[in-house]
Ligand binder design. Structure first.
Ligand code: DX5
Ligand code: ZN
Length: 221
């Protein structure tokens, strides 16, 4: 993967033509497919599950699929998503009874593991598990819906997380999710993020390539 990863959230894609829309966004220069799983329990919305992930693989999508689990409980879905072709599986610590066990489960199933922090979730969860993480995902909106505004306080949290990652000496991706667009992506990168989820900013435009090119220009790549 490149230094800066652009991960369009298919939450804002056309679900009636999902395969085509994912192909289009990858052809437009996206690196990763961000796949939002919501259960109407951990978050107040309902989306897609492992069957849709498998359908995308069967359709021929070969790009990494970044599964963002907003579900409670988490564990039973991990083997299913691994089998369905997930590359990265991330979950919220509040949704797991045993965070270390859940991380281990993701690894055992051959996927990369990520921990997700809501805007008000303390980064102190990292203290005991940072050595097991491939991705730290900071939510810059409250999870559940696309099209919300970036919460500015996330920038300070990104700086803290970047510092912890650097201190760990490990190659952990710092992913940001929510309200990312062409106008704020440079500032978000400056705060330490290197993986950018963007749903509405990309899929609500007709020319995906133009948006992704503008994002990369803002990132100086
Ligand atoms: C929100 C999801 C996000 C969302 C981002 O709960 O995790 O991935 O789709 O959408 P935008 O980029 O529109 O804020
Ligand atoms: Zn997400």
């Amino acid at each position: 993967l490149p230094t800066y990863v652009i991960a369009p959230s298919i939450l804002s894609a056309d679900f009636a033509r999902l395969g085509e829309d994912v192909d289009r966004v990858l052809a437009a220069g996206a690196d990763v497919v961000h796949f939002d799983v919501m259960d109407n329990h951990y978050v107040p919305n309902l989306t897609i599950g492992p069957m849709v992930c498998k359908a995308l693989r069967d359709y021929g999508v070969t790009a990494p699929i970044d599964v963002h689990l907003m579900v409670k409980p988490v564990d039973s879905l991990i083997p299913q998503f691994a089998e369905a072709g997930a590359s990265i599986i991330s979950f919220h610590p509040e949704a797991s009874e045993h965070i270390d066990r859940t991380l281990q489960l993701i690894k055992e199933h051959g996927c990369q593991a990520g921990l997700v922090f809501n805007p008000a979730t303390n980064l102190s969860y990292l203290e005991h598990v940072i050595d097991k993480l491939d991705v730290i995902l900071l939510m810059s909106v409250n999870p559940g819906f696309g099209g919300q505004s970036f919460i500015p306080h996330t920038l300070e949290k990104l700086r803290q997380a970047r510092k912890l990652i650097n201190e760990s000496g490990r190659a952990i991706r710092l992913e940001v999710d929510g309200g990312v667009n062409v106008d704020n992506i440079a500032e978000i990168a400056q705060a330490g993020a290197d993986m950018f989820v963007a749903g509405s900013a990309i899929f609500n435009q007709s020319d995906y390539q133009a948006v992704i090119t503008q994002m990369r220009a803002q990132l100086g790549t």
